[in-house]
Design a protein around this ligand. Structure first.
Ligand code: HEC
Length: 185
């Protein structure tokens, strides 16, 4: 290896050490924030006192794995109708607003069974996702993300603002296992 090659290799090593350090810091920040919020990590996710999935968002908008994954899954499966950032569209309601009053059980029921409304002859269809593993295996993550948006829409100093999270916690082995089991792997 010539001198240039060695410099490159050293720079590469320093770089991967740096990004590893950054991820470790994100994990610590998110975990400290979860403690502040009084959330407990149970069955692969953070939960509130009622054991419902709950988001963790740090001051600089780093999030727990579920909120991060929910952000991606929401924009895969829901945003075509419900609008980006859970803000709603002319066709379907803002789910951020819905979760200000809707509880976890009702949310799950609507997503699994769907709903059809007829307003002045126009049909508004919420599909039933109960058989769709790409949605149902991640539905708690989607709920967690929408909850983070809902908190922010109600009180801008809390929850997650529109857009991509600034960083995220790593996926835990337990979370990975739960998702794999859901897909029957
Ligand atoms: C094809 C369009 C479409 C897609 C895709 C879609 N929805 Fe809906 N959804 C609707 C419509 C339309 C309604 C409102 C039905 C009504 O007026 O009762 C609705 C209603 C809902 C409600 C009830 C809201 C309330 O305030 O009563 C929830 C919860 C919901 N959707 C969740 C989701 C989630 C989560 C996803 C993604 C996994 C999703 N939806 C994907 C069209 C869609």
């Amino acid at each position: 290896m010539n001198k240039f090659g060695i410099t490159l290799a050293v720079a590469g090593l320093a770089c991967s050490a740096l990004s590893f350090q950054a991820i470790a810091d994100d994990n610590q920040e998110v975990q400290a924030r979860a403690k502040e919020l009084g959330l407990e990590f149970k069955d692969g996710r953070y939960r509130d006192k009622e054991e419902n999935p709950a988001p963790v968002v740090t001051k600089d908008y780093k999030v727990d794995w579920a909120t991060w994954n929910g952000f991606r899954r929401y924009h895969d499966a829901c945003h075509v109708c419900h609008g980006p950032n859970a803000l709603g569209s002319t066709f379907a309601p803002s789910l951020g607003e819905s979760l200000e009053t809707m509880d976890y059980g009702t949310f799950m029921q609507v997503v699994a069974s769907g709903r059809i409304a007829d307003r002045g002859g126009t049909k508004y269809v919420m599909p039933a996702f109960g058989e769709d593993r790409n949605v149902m295996c991640y539905i708690d993550d989607i709920f967690t993300y929408i909850k983070a948006r809902s908190q922010n829409m109600k009180e801008p100093t809390t929850g997650m603002p529109a857009g991509r999270p600034a960083g995220r916690e790593d996926i835990s082995p337990e979370t990975k296992k739960t998702a794999a089991e859901c897909f029957g792997e």
